[in-house]
Design a protein around this ligand. Sequence first.
Ligand SMILES: C[S@@+](CC[C@H](N)C(=O)[O-])C[C@H]1O[C@@H](n2cnc3c(N)ncnc32)[C@H](O)[C@@H]1O
Length: 292
Amino acid sequence: MTFVDKWQQQEFPMSIADFDFLRNLAYSQTGIVLPERKKQMVYSRLSRRVRTLRLSTFSQYCHYLENNTQELPEFINALTTNLTAFFREKHHFVHLDKQICPQWLAGKQKRIRIWSAACSTGEEAYSIAMTLYGRIDLNLFDVKILATDLNTQVLETAKKGIYSAEVLPTIPANFSAKYIKTLPNTEQFSIKQRIKDLVHFKQLNLLQTWPMSGPFDVIFCRNVFIYFDSDTKQRIIKKFRALLNDGGYLIIGHAETINDFAADFEFVGHTIYRARKRKVPFSPLFQQQEAE
Ligand SMILES: C[S@@+](CC[C@H](N)C(=O)[O-])C[C@H]1O[C@@H](n2cnc3c(N)ncnc32)[C@H](O)[C@@H]1O
Protein backbone atom coordinates (compact mmCIF):
# COMPACT_ATOMS: atom_id res chain seq x y z
CA MET A 1 0.00 0.00 0.00
CA THR A 2 1.41 3.44 -0.89
CA PHE A 3 1.64 6.26 1.62
CA VAL A 4 -1.24 8.14 -0.02
CA ASP A 5 -3.48 5.07 -0.04
CA LYS A 6 -3.07 4.53 3.68
CA TRP A 7 -4.47 7.96 4.48
CA GLN A 8 -7.23 7.65 1.88
CA GLN A 9 -8.44 4.39 3.41
CA GLN A 10 -8.87 5.63 6.98
CA GLU A 11 -12.34 6.08 8.49
CA PHE A 12 -12.15 9.70 7.27
CA PRO A 13 -9.96 9.94 4.16
CA MET A 14 -7.26 12.63 4.38
CA SER A 15 -5.43 13.71 1.23
CA ILE A 16 -2.01 15.36 1.08
CA ALA A 17 -3.78 18.61 0.15
CA ASP A 18 -6.04 18.30 3.24
CA PHE A 19 -3.08 17.78 5.54
CA ASP A 20 -1.24 20.72 3.98
CA PHE A 21 -4.30 22.94 4.38
CA LEU A 22 -4.66 21.96 8.06
CA ARG A 23 -1.02 22.40 8.94
CA ASN A 24 -0.77 25.74 7.12
CA LEU A 25 -3.83 26.96 9.01
CA ALA A 26 -2.40 25.76 12.33
CA TYR A 27 0.88 27.52 11.57
CA SER A 28 -0.66 30.83 10.51
CA GLN A 29 -3.08 30.93 13.46
CA THR A 30 -0.96 29.53 16.30
CA GLY A 31 2.67 29.27 15.18
CA ILE A 32 2.53 25.52 15.81
CA VAL A 33 4.62 23.63 13.25
CA LEU A 34 3.17 20.28 12.20
CA PRO A 35 5.72 18.22 10.27
CA GLU A 36 4.76 15.12 8.26
CA ARG A 37 5.58 12.85 11.22
CA LYS A 38 2.71 14.47 13.20
CA LYS A 39 0.12 13.43 10.60
CA GLN A 40 -1.24 10.56 12.71
CA MET A 41 -1.61 12.90 15.68
CA VAL A 42 -3.41 15.51 13.53
CA TYR A 43 -5.64 12.78 12.12
CA SER A 44 -6.69 11.41 15.49
CA ARG A 45 -7.17 14.81 17.19
CA LEU A 46 -9.26 16.23 14.35
CA SER A 47 -11.24 13.04 13.63
CA ARG A 48 -13.33 13.92 16.67
CA ARG A 49 -14.33 17.20 15.03
CA VAL A 50 -15.10 15.48 11.71
CA ARG A 51 -17.28 12.98 13.56
CA THR A 52 -19.03 15.60 15.72
CA LEU A 53 -19.85 17.63 12.62
CA ARG A 54 -21.14 14.48 10.88
CA LEU A 55 -18.77 14.92 7.96
CA SER A 56 -17.22 12.00 6.15
CA THR A 57 -13.88 13.24 4.77
CA PHE A 58 -11.16 15.67 5.78
CA SER A 59 -11.75 17.56 2.52
CA GLN A 60 -15.24 18.34 3.79
CA TYR A 61 -13.76 19.42 7.12
CA CYS A 62 -11.26 21.77 5.39
CA HIS A 63 -14.12 23.24 3.39
CA TYR A 64 -16.15 23.63 6.59
CA LEU A 65 -13.24 25.42 8.29
CA GLU A 66 -12.90 27.80 5.37
CA ASN A 67 -16.56 28.75 5.51
CA ASN A 68 -17.31 28.73 9.26
CA THR A 69 -15.11 31.00 11.33
CA GLN A 70 -16.66 29.66 14.55
CA GLU A 71 -14.90 26.34 13.88
CA LEU A 72 -11.46 27.90 14.19
CA PRO A 73 -11.29 27.86 18.03
CA GLU A 74 -12.55 24.24 18.00
CA PHE A 75 -9.83 23.36 15.50
CA ILE A 76 -7.18 25.06 17.67
CA ASN A 77 -8.50 23.48 20.89
CA ALA A 78 -8.39 20.03 19.28
CA LEU A 79 -4.84 20.46 17.97
CA THR A 80 -2.90 21.89 20.90
CA THR A 81 -0.90 19.67 23.25
CA ASN A 82 -1.78 20.63 26.80
CA LEU A 83 0.32 18.31 28.92
CA THR A 84 1.20 19.96 32.22
CA ALA A 85 1.52 19.18 35.93
CA PHE A 86 1.74 20.86 39.32
CA PHE A 87 5.36 21.76 40.16
CA ARG A 88 6.54 20.42 36.81
CA GLU A 89 10.30 21.06 36.55
CA LYS A 90 10.49 21.58 40.28
CA HIS A 91 13.80 23.47 40.22
CA HIS A 92 11.96 26.53 38.76
CA PHE A 93 9.79 26.78 41.88
CA VAL A 94 12.80 26.22 44.13
CA HIS A 95 14.52 29.10 42.32
CA LEU A 96 11.45 31.29 42.74
CA ASP A 97 11.32 30.50 46.45
CA LYS A 98 15.01 30.54 47.33
CA GLN A 99 16.51 33.09 44.91
CA ILE A 100 13.82 35.41 43.55
CA CYS A 101 11.59 35.91 46.62
CA PRO A 102 14.51 37.02 48.84
CA GLN A 103 15.42 39.69 46.25
CA TRP A 104 11.87 41.01 46.29
CA LEU A 105 11.71 40.92 50.09
CA ALA A 106 14.94 42.89 50.34
CA GLY A 107 14.03 45.40 47.63
CA LYS A 108 11.90 48.54 47.50
CA GLN A 109 9.56 47.44 44.74
CA LYS A 110 6.19 46.36 46.11
CA ARG A 111 4.44 45.57 42.84
CA ILE A 112 5.15 42.02 41.65
CA ARG A 113 3.83 40.79 38.32
CA ILE A 114 4.27 37.26 37.06
CA TRP A 115 3.03 35.85 33.77
CA SER A 116 2.42 32.19 33.07
CA ALA A 117 2.31 32.37 29.26
CA ALA A 118 0.79 29.15 27.83
CA CYS A 119 -0.60 28.05 31.20
CA SER A 120 -2.71 25.15 29.87
CA THR A 121 -5.09 23.84 32.59
CA GLY A 122 -3.63 26.10 35.29
CA GLU A 123 -1.32 23.84 37.29
CA GLU A 124 1.72 26.03 36.50
CA ALA A 125 0.03 29.25 37.65
CA TYR A 126 -1.31 27.64 40.84
CA SER A 127 2.14 26.21 41.59
CA ILE A 128 3.55 29.74 41.35
CA ALA A 129 0.76 31.08 43.60
CA MET A 130 1.34 28.37 46.24
CA THR A 131 5.07 29.11 46.20
CA LEU A 132 4.47 32.82 46.82
CA TYR A 133 1.57 32.68 49.27
CA GLY A 134 2.89 32.82 52.82
CA ARG A 135 6.34 33.68 51.48
CA ILE A 136 5.41 37.22 50.44
CA ASP A 137 3.31 39.40 52.75
CA LEU A 138 0.30 40.25 50.61
CA ASN A 139 -0.54 43.21 52.84
CA LEU A 140 2.77 44.78 51.85
CA PHE A 141 3.13 43.53 48.30
CA ASP A 142 0.74 43.86 45.40
CA VAL A 143 1.14 40.45 43.72
CA LYS A 144 -0.67 39.36 40.58
CA ILE A 145 -0.18 36.31 38.40
CA LEU A 146 -1.46 36.56 34.86
CA ALA A 147 -2.05 33.16 33.27
CA THR A 148 -2.83 32.94 29.57
CA ASP A 149 -3.32 30.32 26.91
CA LEU A 150 -4.59 30.13 23.39
CA ASN A 151 -6.88 27.17 24.07
CA THR A 152 -10.28 28.25 25.45
CA GLN A 153 -11.13 24.77 26.73
CA VAL A 154 -8.07 24.40 28.98
CA LEU A 155 -8.75 27.87 30.38
CA GLU A 156 -12.20 26.73 31.54
CA THR A 157 -10.57 23.93 33.55
CA ALA A 158 -7.93 26.33 34.85
CA LYS A 159 -10.53 28.83 36.09
CA LYS A 160 -12.48 26.11 37.92
CA GLY A 161 -9.33 24.94 39.72
CA ILE A 162 -10.68 21.42 40.22
CA TYR A 163 -8.36 18.48 39.58
CA SER A 164 -8.30 14.71 39.89
CA ALA A 165 -7.21 13.35 43.29
CA GLU A 166 -4.72 11.21 41.36
CA VAL A 167 -2.43 14.23 40.87
CA LEU A 168 -2.57 15.34 44.51
CA PRO A 169 0.81 13.73 45.33
CA THR A 170 2.48 16.08 42.82
CA ILE A 171 1.77 18.99 45.18
CA PRO A 172 4.23 19.19 48.11
CA ALA A 173 2.47 18.03 51.30
CA ASN A 174 3.04 21.32 53.15
CA PHE A 175 1.21 23.15 50.33
CA SER A 176 -1.61 20.67 49.83
CA ALA A 177 -2.28 20.79 53.60
CA LYS A 178 -2.90 24.55 53.32
CA TYR A 179 -4.03 25.33 49.80
CA ILE A 180 -6.32 22.59 48.56
CA LYS A 181 -9.57 21.12 49.77
CA THR A 182 -10.76 17.63 48.95
CA LEU A 183 -14.26 17.47 47.52
CA PRO A 184 -16.35 14.95 49.48
CA ASN A 185 -17.80 12.03 47.51
CA THR A 186 -15.69 12.80 44.47
CA GLU A 187 -12.23 11.75 43.33
CA GLN A 188 -11.33 15.42 43.02
CA PHE A 189 -9.85 18.33 44.95
CA SER A 190 -10.11 22.06 44.47
CA ILE A 191 -7.65 24.91 44.84
CA LYS A 192 -8.57 27.18 47.78
CA GLN A 193 -9.95 30.59 46.98
CA ARG A 194 -7.03 32.55 48.44
CA ILE A 195 -4.68 30.89 45.92
CA LYS A 196 -7.17 31.32 43.07
CA ASP A 197 -7.48 35.02 43.93
CA LEU A 198 -3.82 35.58 43.02
CA VAL A 199 -4.27 34.23 39.49
CA HIS A 200 -6.06 35.92 36.58
CA PHE A 201 -6.75 33.67 33.61
CA LYS A 202 -7.15 35.22 30.16
CA GLN A 203 -7.15 33.95 26.61
CA LEU A 204 -4.13 35.13 24.65
CA ASN A 205 -2.50 33.96 21.45
CA LEU A 206 1.25 34.54 21.70
CA LEU A 207 1.28 35.22 17.96
CA GLN A 208 -1.16 38.12 18.15
CA THR A 209 -1.11 41.56 19.79
CA TRP A 210 -0.63 41.47 23.57
CA PRO A 211 -2.86 43.92 25.45
CA MET A 212 -0.69 44.02 28.59
CA SER A 213 1.70 46.90 29.10
CA GLY A 214 3.84 45.26 31.79
CA PRO A 215 6.37 45.38 33.20
CA PHE A 216 6.63 41.81 34.50
CA ASP A 217 9.11 40.50 37.03
CA VAL A 218 8.97 36.86 35.96
CA ILE A 219 7.64 35.24 32.79
CA PHE A 220 7.16 31.49 32.70
CA CYS A 221 6.92 30.30 29.11
CA ARG A 222 7.56 26.62 29.40
CA ASN A 223 7.10 23.82 26.91
CA VAL A 224 5.57 25.87 24.13
CA PHE A 225 8.61 27.04 22.13
CA ILE A 226 9.15 23.38 21.22
CA TYR A 227 6.11 23.67 18.93
CA PHE A 228 7.34 26.85 17.19
CA ASP A 229 9.96 27.51 14.52
CA SER A 230 12.95 29.70 15.16
CA ASP A 231 11.40 32.89 13.66
CA THR A 232 8.28 32.69 15.83
CA LYS A 233 10.35 31.92 18.92
CA GLN A 234 12.68 34.88 18.25
CA ARG A 235 9.79 37.31 17.81
CA ILE A 236 8.17 36.18 21.05
CA ILE A 237 11.38 36.29 23.09
CA LYS A 238 12.01 39.83 21.86
CA LYS A 239 8.53 40.81 23.06
CA PHE A 240 9.10 39.06 26.41
CA ARG A 241 12.28 41.08 26.93
CA ALA A 242 10.39 44.26 26.10
CA LEU A 243 7.81 43.47 28.79
CA LEU A 244 10.26 42.42 31.51
CA ASN A 245 11.81 44.69 34.10
CA ASP A 246 15.60 44.88 34.05
CA GLY A 247 16.71 41.92 36.14
CA GLY A 248 13.36 40.18 35.54
CA TYR A 249 13.35 36.46 34.84
CA LEU A 250 12.38 34.39 31.83
CA ILE A 251 11.83 30.73 32.65
CA ILE A 252 11.53 28.22 29.80
CA GLY A 253 10.98 24.48 29.37
CA HIS A 254 13.56 21.73 29.83
CA ALA A 255 14.00 21.07 26.09
CA GLU A 256 14.23 24.76 25.15
CA THR A 257 17.07 27.31 24.90
CA ILE A 258 17.36 31.01 24.18
CA ASN A 259 21.07 30.99 23.33
CA ASP A 260 20.64 33.56 20.54
CA PHE A 261 19.63 36.19 23.10
CA ALA A 262 22.83 36.50 25.09
CA ALA A 263 22.76 40.28 24.61
CA ASP A 264 19.33 40.52 26.27
CA PHE A 265 19.44 37.72 28.84
CA GLU A 266 22.09 36.25 31.09
CA PHE A 267 21.91 32.57 31.92
CA VAL A 268 21.39 32.04 35.65
CA GLY A 269 20.61 28.38 35.96
CA HIS A 270 19.10 25.46 34.11
CA THR A 271 16.49 27.06 31.75
CA ILE A 272 16.34 30.24 33.88
CA TYR A 273 17.43 33.55 32.32
CA ARG A 274 17.66 37.09 33.66
CA ALA A 275 16.99 40.21 31.59
CA ARG A 276 20.09 42.38 31.26
CA LYS A 277 19.88 46.07 32.10
CA ARG A 278 18.39 48.26 29.37
CA LYS A 279 20.28 51.22 28.00
CA VAL A 280 17.06 53.28 28.12
CA PRO A 281 14.71 53.00 31.17
CA PHE A 282 11.44 51.09 30.77
CA SER A 283 8.44 52.99 29.47
CA PRO A 284 5.31 51.60 27.81
CA LEU A 285 6.21 53.51 24.63
CA PHE A 286 9.74 52.14 24.63
CA GLN A 287 8.37 48.66 25.29
CA GLN A 288 6.10 48.98 22.26
CA GLN A 289 8.94 50.13 20.01
CA GLU A 290 11.22 47.40 21.30
CA ALA A 291 8.59 44.77 20.56
CA GLU A 292 8.07 45.86 16.97
C1 LIG B 1 2.57 21.55 26.70
S1 LIG B 1 1.56 22.87 27.26
C2 LIG B 1 2.64 23.63 28.45
C3 LIG B 1 1.91 24.00 29.72
C4 LIG B 1 2.81 24.56 30.84
N1 LIG B 1 3.45 25.79 30.43
C5 LIG B 1 3.83 23.55 31.27
O1 LIG B 1 5.01 23.66 30.93
O2 LIG B 1 3.47 22.60 31.97
C6 LIG B 1 1.65 24.01 25.89
C7 LIG B 1 0.54 25.05 25.91
O3 LIG B 1 0.85 26.05 24.93
C8 LIG B 1 -0.37 26.53 24.41
N2 LIG B 1 -0.10 27.22 23.15
C9 LIG B 1 0.28 26.70 21.96
N3 LIG B 1 0.40 27.66 21.03
C10 LIG B 1 0.10 28.83 21.65
C11 LIG B 1 0.02 30.18 21.20
N4 LIG B 1 0.28 30.53 19.95
N5 LIG B 1 -0.35 31.11 22.10
C12 LIG B 1 -0.63 30.78 23.38
N6 LIG B 1 -0.58 29.52 23.85
C13 LIG B 1 -0.22 28.55 22.99
C14 LIG B 1 -1.22 25.27 24.26
O4 LIG B 1 -2.60 25.56 24.19
C15 LIG B 1 -0.83 24.49 25.52
O5 LIG B 1 -1.75 24.68 26.57
